[in-house]
Design a protein around this ligand. Sequence first.
Ligand code: THU
Length: 134
Amino acid sequence: MTDNERQILFERAMGVRQWAYAPYSNYHVGAALLASSGKFYDGCNVENAAYGSSICAERTALVKAVSEGERQFEAVAVVTDNGGSPCGSCRQMLAEFGLDIKVFLLDGMGNISSETTLRDLLPDAFTPERLRRE
Ligand code: THU
Protein backbone atom coordinates (compact mmCIF):
# COMPACT_ATOMS: atom_id res chain seq x y z
CA MET A 1 0.00 0.00 0.00
CA THR A 2 1.40 3.38 -0.97
CA ASP A 3 1.32 6.44 1.30
CA ASN A 4 -1.23 7.92 -1.07
CA GLU A 5 -3.48 4.87 -0.87
CA ARG A 6 -3.20 4.94 2.89
CA GLN A 7 -4.21 8.59 2.92
CA ILE A 8 -7.22 7.92 0.69
CA LEU A 9 -8.20 4.93 2.83
CA PHE A 10 -8.25 7.08 5.95
CA GLU A 11 -10.15 9.88 4.23
CA ARG A 12 -12.78 7.48 2.92
CA ALA A 13 -13.29 5.96 6.38
CA MET A 14 -13.49 9.40 7.99
CA GLY A 15 -15.84 10.73 5.31
CA VAL A 16 -18.35 7.89 5.25
CA ARG A 17 -18.80 8.10 8.99
CA GLN A 18 -21.15 11.05 8.49
CA TRP A 19 -23.70 8.63 7.00
CA ALA A 20 -23.74 6.30 10.01
CA TYR A 21 -27.33 5.54 10.94
CA ALA A 22 -27.00 5.01 14.67
CA PRO A 23 -30.05 6.48 16.44
CA TYR A 24 -29.94 3.79 19.15
CA SER A 25 -26.29 3.60 20.15
CA ASN A 26 -25.28 7.03 18.87
CA TYR A 27 -21.92 5.38 18.13
CA HIS A 28 -20.97 6.41 14.62
CA VAL A 29 -18.57 4.21 12.71
CA GLY A 30 -16.95 4.59 9.28
CA ALA A 31 -14.88 1.93 7.55
CA ALA A 32 -12.97 1.74 4.30
CA LEU A 33 -11.33 -1.15 2.50
CA LEU A 34 -8.56 -1.11 -0.05
CA ALA A 35 -8.97 -4.05 -2.42
CA SER A 36 -6.00 -5.59 -4.23
CA SER A 37 -7.57 -4.24 -7.43
CA GLY A 38 -6.67 -0.78 -6.14
CA LYS A 39 -10.31 0.20 -5.62
CA PHE A 40 -11.71 1.57 -2.37
CA TYR A 41 -14.99 0.62 -0.72
CA ASP A 42 -16.49 2.33 2.29
CA GLY A 43 -19.40 1.79 4.63
CA CYS A 44 -21.00 2.94 7.85
CA ASN A 45 -22.97 1.19 10.56
CA VAL A 46 -26.70 0.96 9.88
CA GLU A 47 -28.83 0.27 12.94
CA ASN A 48 -32.38 -1.00 13.14
CA ALA A 49 -35.30 -0.79 15.57
CA ALA A 50 -34.93 -4.57 15.77
CA TYR A 51 -31.44 -4.10 17.22
CA GLY A 52 -30.07 -7.46 16.12
CA SER A 53 -30.72 -6.58 12.49
CA SER A 54 -28.13 -3.79 12.62
CA ILE A 55 -24.93 -4.05 10.61
CA CYS A 56 -21.48 -2.72 11.42
CA ALA A 57 -19.50 -0.35 9.21
CA GLU A 58 -16.82 -2.92 8.41
CA ARG A 59 -19.33 -5.46 7.15
CA THR A 60 -21.19 -2.82 5.15
CA ALA A 61 -17.94 -1.96 3.36
CA LEU A 62 -17.05 -5.63 2.91
CA VAL A 63 -20.36 -6.70 1.40
CA LYS A 64 -20.27 -3.71 -0.94
CA ALA A 65 -16.83 -4.79 -2.14
CA VAL A 66 -17.53 -8.50 -2.43
CA SER A 67 -20.79 -7.85 -4.25
CA GLU A 68 -18.78 -5.93 -6.83
CA GLY A 69 -16.47 -8.86 -7.43
CA GLU A 70 -13.62 -8.18 -4.98
CA ARG A 71 -12.04 -11.11 -3.18
CA GLN A 72 -8.66 -9.82 -2.04
CA PHE A 73 -7.94 -6.94 0.27
CA GLU A 74 -4.89 -5.06 1.42
CA ALA A 75 -6.17 -3.01 4.31
CA VAL A 76 -9.14 -1.76 6.26
CA ALA A 77 -9.46 1.48 8.22
CA VAL A 78 -12.08 1.94 10.92
CA VAL A 79 -13.00 5.30 12.42
CA THR A 80 -14.88 5.71 15.68
CA ASP A 81 -14.99 8.37 18.38
CA ASN A 82 -12.51 6.51 20.51
CA GLY A 83 -10.50 4.23 18.22
CA GLY A 84 -12.74 1.23 18.95
CA SER A 85 -11.73 -2.16 17.64
CA PRO A 86 -13.81 -4.30 15.22
CA CYS A 87 -16.37 -6.62 16.80
CA GLY A 88 -16.06 -10.40 16.59
CA SER A 89 -18.49 -10.75 13.68
CA CYS A 90 -16.55 -8.20 11.62
CA ARG A 91 -13.24 -9.90 12.42
CA GLN A 92 -14.68 -13.20 11.27
CA MET A 93 -16.15 -11.79 8.06
CA LEU A 94 -12.90 -10.01 7.18
CA ALA A 95 -10.73 -13.02 8.06
CA GLU A 96 -12.54 -15.00 5.36
CA PHE A 97 -10.62 -12.89 2.85
CA GLY A 98 -7.17 -13.02 4.40
CA LEU A 99 -5.46 -12.84 7.75
CA ASP A 100 -2.79 -10.54 6.37
CA ILE A 101 -5.21 -7.67 5.84
CA LYS A 102 -3.82 -4.63 7.62
CA VAL A 103 -6.15 -2.98 10.13
CA PHE A 104 -5.92 0.69 11.05
CA LEU A 105 -8.04 2.03 13.90
CA LEU A 106 -8.55 5.78 13.97
CA ASP A 107 -10.24 8.11 16.39
CA GLY A 108 -12.64 10.86 15.39
CA MET A 109 -9.77 13.29 14.83
CA GLY A 110 -8.13 10.92 12.36
CA ASN A 111 -5.34 9.90 14.71
CA ILE A 112 -4.22 6.28 14.44
CA SER A 113 -4.86 4.53 17.74
CA SER A 114 -3.80 1.09 16.54
CA GLU A 115 -2.20 -0.54 13.52
CA THR A 116 -2.54 -4.31 13.41
CA THR A 117 -3.63 -7.25 11.23
CA LEU A 118 -6.57 -9.65 11.10
CA ARG A 119 -4.15 -12.40 12.16
CA ASP A 120 -3.47 -10.55 15.42
CA LEU A 121 -7.10 -9.58 15.96
CA LEU A 122 -8.42 -13.10 15.39
CA PRO A 123 -5.94 -15.76 16.56
CA ASP A 124 -6.58 -19.36 15.46
CA ALA A 125 -9.23 -18.10 13.06
CA PHE A 126 -11.75 -20.38 11.45
CA THR A 127 -10.94 -19.81 7.78
CA PRO A 128 -12.07 -21.47 4.51
CA GLU A 129 -9.11 -23.88 4.69
CA ARG A 130 -10.72 -25.50 7.73
CA LEU A 131 -13.54 -26.75 5.53
CA ARG A 132 -11.18 -28.63 3.21
CA ARG A 133 -11.48 -32.30 4.10
CA GLU A 134 -8.59 -33.87 2.15
N1 THU B 1 -20.12 -1.11 15.35
C1 THU B 1 -19.48 -1.07 14.16
O1 THU B 1 -19.97 -0.48 13.19
N2 THU B 1 -18.30 -1.73 14.06
C2 THU B 1 -17.72 -2.42 15.07
O2 THU B 1 -16.75 -3.12 14.85
C3 THU B 1 -18.24 -2.31 16.42
C4 THU B 1 -19.63 -1.79 16.53
C5 THU B 1 -21.41 -0.45 15.46
C6 THU B 1 -22.55 -1.39 15.66
C7 THU B 1 -23.56 -0.49 16.32
O3 THU B 1 -24.25 0.24 15.31
C8 THU B 1 -22.72 0.49 17.12
O4 THU B 1 -21.41 0.40 16.56
C9 THU B 1 -22.66 0.18 18.60
O5 THU B 1 -22.33 -1.14 18.83
